[in-house]
Design a protein around this ligand. Structure first.
Ligand code: MN
Ligand code: MN
Length: 460
């Protein structure tokens, strides 16, 4: 039952393709450090391949035909791309879905303050993080400021090599006797995640001169007033580019592999399909998975269902029954990362049912915790069908659960789409140091994910 190491199966041609995909992925990751940036990047890549916005087609009253490619940019934070198939949508859609939000720290609405001659930005962390990992590393600020006049200012500070970076200080070891005796979860606490952004006072300013100086810089560079923070979404993320990892360059060190590696594999797979598919293909990149898929841009929002309704309306005579049939007849890969087996922490894994770096795309029949609680337990029949599909396409795959029974667990977007009665299974790339500022994946697993998603889109 041991699965093959994907690397041992590769020809020179495979290795060349693998490096090409890895290079493009690194660029995607560097340009997409927030969900908004990922959407912009996805729109750019899709438009280069002739995708157009669904809203434009609706407004012009156009009809859509097999082979047509459209996307829905949902509030700039989630996106769906569709390639219409030969069969009516009522016959079901082959769906791949990933999420493009990643753990990070968000600026509070009133973030800026000065203390003992240093200017700080106060944050509220987003998603599950080990807070102690986010101190003493270079951080960047990415996001948008929505001004009262309706304009949106884009902010990226800390990525250009000429840019300064910001960061959070930690206590020196010499005074850490008490700190090091604490539980890991409180070594650094949420309210201590305060980002240092400056230390030079404005001349002749008496009250908070460093803060005043920072406001001057923000005004000059971005035209922002302090009150504009009230309507801003600025994310504090690790600064710097994605890097090859390992002397053999077999891995990638990057911020936000969870879940942008699956998101990119989906995009790459979809945009490499030139023929008209039998069934309509949909690629969903959702927001807010890390905090429960809530809100208007999370997967529990109705945007996917609404988009399918619009598509039926543009290709057919719309009726509610056709929409329900389309959703029920659909098949989905919920594409999200898997916990990579880590020999340093062998105690939390069960070796036979773990995902290993380099053994290909990973299928998780179920996730969940404490007796599979909260899990989407995929049907055996569906898995049987996928095994054939993967073997026929020469995809290296493995299967896993998220750690030992009763050790923990996690959720994905699988259960949300399963509500419609469609077949859904989790599948993705194994990650080391998941949710840390810098996560590690194997290039082979990215390559196999692209192959797997492409085969699924065309043949499920
Ligand atoms: Mn994830
Ligand atoms: Mn996650």
């Amino acid at each position: 039952m041991e699965r093959k190491v994907a690397w041992t199966t590769y020809t020179d041609e495979d290795l060349a393709k693998l490096e090409c995909i890895a290079g493009k992925y690194a660029k995607f990751l560097d340009n997409g450090k927030t969900e908004r940036e990922c959407v912009r990047e996805a729109v750019k890549l899709a438009e280069e391949k002739g995708y157009r916005c669904l809203k434009c087609a609706i407004e012009k009253g156009e009809k859509l035909n097999p082979g047509d490619c459209v996307y829905v940019n949902w509030m700039g934070k989630a996106i769906m791309m569709f390639k219409l198939g030969k069969q009516p949508i009522e016959k079901g859609i082959n769906i791949v879905g990933a999420h493009i939000d990643s753990p990070r720290m968000d600026l509070k609405q009133n973030p800026l303050y000065e203390d003992t001659g240093l200017a700080y930005l106060d944050t509220h962390y987003y998603g599950g993080i080990k807070k102690y990992q986010w101190v003493t590393i270079p951080l960047a600020l990415h996001g948008v400021v929505a001004k009262k006049d309706g304009t949106l200012v884009n902010v990226v500070i800390g990525e250009d090599p000429a840019d300064p970076v910001v960061g959070i200080s930690d206590l020196l070891i010499h005074l850490s006797a008490d700190q090091l005796g604490k539980k890991g979860s409180v070594v650094i606490e949420g309210e201590e995640l305060n980002v240092i952004i400056g230390g030079k006072p404005l001349k002749d300013e008496e009250k908070d001169p460093v803060k005043a100086n920072m406001l001057g810089i923000l005004k000059e560079k971005y035209g922002i007033e302090e009150e504009d923070f009230l309507s801003a979404e600025i994310e504090v993320v690790p600064a710097g580019p994605t890097r090859d990892f390992g002397l053999d360059r077999s891995m990638i060190l990057g911020y936000g592999h969870d879940d942008r590696v699956c998101a990119y594999a989906q995009i790459n797979a979809l945009l490499s399909i030139y023929e008209i598919p039998e069934k309509t293909i949909c690629c969903i990149l959702a927001d807010k998975e890390e905090i429960g898929s809530v809100g208007a841009t999370g997967m529990t929002g109705k945007y996917f269902e609404n988009a399918v309704a619009e598509l039926i309306n543009l290709t057919d005579d719309y009726c509610d029954l056709k929409l329900r049939r389309a959703l029920t007849a659909s098949r989905m890969l919920s594409c999200d990362v898997s916990a990579g087996y880590d020999p340093n922490f062998a105690g939390v894994f069960e070796r036979k049912n773990s995902a290993y770096l380099g053994r290909g795309v990973c299928f998780n029949k179920y996730t969940g915790s404490r007796g599979k609680g909260g899990s989407n337990d995929a049907n055996a029949e569906y898995l049987g069908n996928l095994r054939k599909l993967m073997d026929d396409a020469g995809v290296n795959f493995q299967t896993a659960e998220l750690g030992k029974v009763d050790q923990g667990g996690g959720g994905t977007i699988a259960y949300i789409c399963a509500v419609y009665g469609m077949e859904v299974i989790d599948s993705g790339v194994a990650v080391l140091s998941m949710h840390a500022p810098w996560e590690i994946i194997s290039k082979a697993d990215l390559y196999e994910a692209v192959k797997a998603y492409r085969a699924f889109m065309l043949n499920a």
